[in-house]
Design a protein around this ligand. Structure first.
Ligand SMILES: Cc1cc2nc3c(=O)[nH]c(=O)nc-3n(C[C@H](O)[C@H](O)[C@H](O)COP(=O)(O)OP(=O)(O)OC[C@H]3O[C@@H](n4cnc5c(N)ncnc54)[C@H](O)[C@@H]3O)c2cc1C
Length: 386
């Protein structure tokens, strides 16, 4: 939706083909970084998002003894810097509601199963309809993309062995305001709380609560004793008890799995992968939606008033985006075992190397640049400079 808006605002005729019969948001909450907020500002949506979301000033991660493992402040990046925790439905609604005015044609119930002619793409859906031909096909079908292989046959999308379950819980007193808080037990347990502002249905103040677990154990989690799980989490982090009370059934917890996506070049002729379809990572750094929003806005800019061919413009676009995205692909990949793995090795690396190093002068600022999503090799374009 972000890419459709950015391109339509630049005067292109845009058709958005979406698999869902009725568009709807998935999951619970996410953290918008200064990069994502700047992209939303360029799309004219940031005020709506700020009104709905919750300001986040720091990331606070502790072990069971209360010792700080992760302590990053947005102020170390820039005075007044912050993120916004947002309910996914609020971000979804803001983008969705802006599309008619921007002139985007939305066709739902159109699951694309085949792309014919990558130079002048025609998209075929599962109901036998053909859409196009188009000058450019932007493939933004997420990390589980079924179209990626047809664009880039050599691409890989390795599933991570660990995932998470998520749910929203009411926080009427705003007790969790200001921080993304996490508690770890070695690298095997991670439980977190992210304030996400007002829920779209009831308007009550919410937090997203997440619990990390191996994908192989998800079936047992959903079939298992939910009260025993809640008792375990209470034991790990007593302060979370009031949030657990609203969770009555494992079915309220959304299942999240992620993939490590490597595609090489993002485009083939006039067919271009963006977002998670091009560069999905683990959500350890909370960057995926932000990278996707920046992808969207820079796409609109790059395809504005250009006289070169679509394929050449797409390749230049990818080269620019890669200077940002590659940092996050690498750091997310490298950091994930420190927070999601079995045994004591990676937890030891975190405790003896990562945490002390992250406090060192200079490294703290680097950590803040990485957390805020603002680390990039080379210059930021004006439209996305945070
Ligand atoms: C547990 C978890 C926590 C996360 N936390 C954060 C966070 O705090 N901050 C952050 O920035 N990111 C976070 N992310 C990552 C973020 O959710 C993704 O990076 C982001 O949603 C990617 O956006 P996208 O548009 O590329 O893909 P998606 O959001 O996956 O959207 C893909 C769209 O394509 C449609 N589609 C799929 N296949 C087809 C088809 N064949 N034809 C037509 N349509 C199709 C789908 O219906 C969907 O609408 C998290 C992810 C997970 C799993």
């Amino acid at each position: 939706m972000g890419a459709a808006l950015a391109l339509a605002r630049r005067g292109h005729e845009v058709t958005l083909l979406e698999a869902f019969a009725a568009p709807r948001p998935l999951g619970s909450g996410l953290l918008l970084q200064p990069t994502g907020l700047k992209a939303l500002s360029t799309l004219g949506l940031v005020d709506t998002i700020r009104a709905a979301g919750a300001r986040i000033d720091r990331l606070d991660g502790r072990d069971l003894t209360g010792r700080k493992v992760l302590d990053v402040n947005y102020a170390d990046w820039r005075k007044g810097g912050h993120g916004i925790g947002i309910h996914r439905a609020a971000l979804f609604d803001a983008l969705h509601q802006a599309m008619p005015a921007a002139g985007v044609t939305l066709i739902t119930g159109a699951r694309i199963i085949r792309i014919e002619d990558q130079r002048r793409p025609v998209l075929h859906d599962d109901l036998g309809r053909a859409h196009g031909p188009f000058d450019l096909a932007v493939v933004a079908d997420g990390s589980a993309s079924s179209l990626r292989k047809s664009v880039k046959p050599g691409s890989r999308a390795r599933p991570y062995p660990w995932g998470a379950v998520w749910a929203n819980a009411p926080d009427p007193g705003g007790l969790w305001n200001g921080a993304l808080s996490q508690v770890y037990d070695r690298a095997e347990v991670m439980v977190g709380v992210l304030p996400v502002g007002r829920g779209p249905d009831t308007g009550e103040r919410l937090v997203s609560l997440f619990w990390s677990l191996p994908v192989a154990e998800m079936g047992a989690f959903y079939a298992g004793d939910f009260d025993a799980w809640k008792a375990r989490v209470r034991g790990i982090w007593p302060a979370i008890t009031p949030l657990l009370e609203s969770l009555t059934d494992p079915a309220v917890m959304a299942r999240a799995v992620y993939r490590d996506v490597w595609v090489g070049r993002w485009n083939r002729d006039a067919t271009l992968l963006i977002g998670d379809a091009a560069h999905g990572t683990s959500p350890q750094l909370g960057q995926g939606a932000n990278l996707a929003l920046v992808d969207a806005v820079e796409l609109g800019e790059r395809f504005s008033g250009t006289t070169t061919s679509v394929a050449v413009t797409a390749a230049a676009y990818e080269a620019g985006r890669r200077r940002h995205v590659m940092i996050y692909q690498f750091v997310s990949w490298a950091m994930t075992p420190l927070f999601q793995s079995h045994g004591g090795f990676w937890a030891g690396v975190r405790r003896w190397l990562f945490t002390p190093l992250s406090r060192a002068p200079g490294i703290r600022q680097l950590g803040a640049a990485i957390l805020t999503g603002t680390a990039r090799l080379g210059r930021w374009p004006d439209a996305t400079r945070p």
